[in-house]
Design a binder for this molecule. Structure first.
Ligand SMILES: [Zn+2]
Length: 263
């Protein structure tokens, strides 16, 4: 029985997202090591055996192999199917919200970059300049095609995004004599400002700080780590940016209405 058309296209978009996610895994694994992301083909980091094409099906292969290498039974990180699933879901949600449009393409590429940055930051505590710096330029160019952003808002976004975190980092350092925020976070927020415009910046800082604090305190309570324990901030900035993309305009208009009636 043929599948009805309304399901076929979203299914293809989901599979496309999962395949891109598979490529993002390669980026996450190789960029911090300064290796090429195009060659050599994927292999098991434990036994060096090449990954067969039939074991390279996003999400499914991990489940079929039960998370183990076919040859040496070494555990495969759950990060691989997780990244594939997240990328597939991002593609699907953007498709449902924006159809196959230029906005879809821009936001999907932006989100793909955020996924790579977040997982590298979680693992290595760095945000690679090779993504964030070209990302600032790419975001500025992309903003020309986003009617709700435009080049002026993008340019101000780069300055406000970079500048505000620089200020927060400076004040934090002044108060605590500790380095809290890395330069990588500053460049990442500048990149977000470039893609989403300056209006996104206060929201992203607020949302990421809130979520970061809640999760940071929970982790400290569970693991009983002291206050010197610091989570990487990049993934929280990424979550803040994604919340802004999906709900930002609604939350901001609610806030403005509330301000108008409440104030
Ligand atoms: Zn192996």
């Amino acid at each position: 029985m043929p599948m009805p058309v309304p399901i076929v296209i979203p299914l293809f978009v989901f599979i496309f997202g999962a395949l891109i996610g598979s490529f993002l895994n390669v980026c996450i694994y190789r960029i911090p090591e300064g290796k090429s992301i195009v060659s050599p083909p994927s292999h098991c980091p434990s036994c060096g055996e090449g990954v067969r094409w039939y074991d390279n099906i996003p999400i499914l292969s991990y489940l079929i192999l039960r998370g183990k290498c076919r040859f040496c039974a070494n555990r495969i990180s759950v990060q691989y199917p997780l990244v594939e699933l997240l990328t597939a879901l991002a593609a699907l949600f953007f498709f449902l919200k924006f159809q196959l449009s230029i906005v879809f393409a821009i936001l999907f590429i932006f989100t793909a970059a955020l996924i790579v940055i977040s997982f590298i930051d979680l693992e290595h505590r760095i945000i690679p300049d090779v993504i964030s710096l070209p990302g600032i330029i790419a975001g500025f160019v992309a903003a020309l095609f986003l009617p709700e952003v435009g080049w002026k808002s993008s340019l101000i976004g780069i300055l406000v995004g970079g500048g505000s975190l620089l200020l927060v980092a400076w004040v934090y350092q002044l108060l605590t004599r500790k380095e809290g925020m890395g330069g990588g976070d500053i460049k990442l927020l500048a990149m977000m400002g470039a893609f989403l415009g300056w209006r996104a910046i206060p929201f992203i800082i607020f949302a990421s700080s809130l979520i970061g604090s809640v999760i940071g305190i929970s982790v400290m309570l569970i693991q009983k780590k002291d206050s010197k324990f610091a989570l990487p901030f990049g993934p929280f900035l990424a979550i803040g940016a994604l919340i802004y993309i999906f709900f930002g305009s609604r939350i901001i208009s609610w806030y403005l209405n509330f301000g108008a009636y409440g104030g």
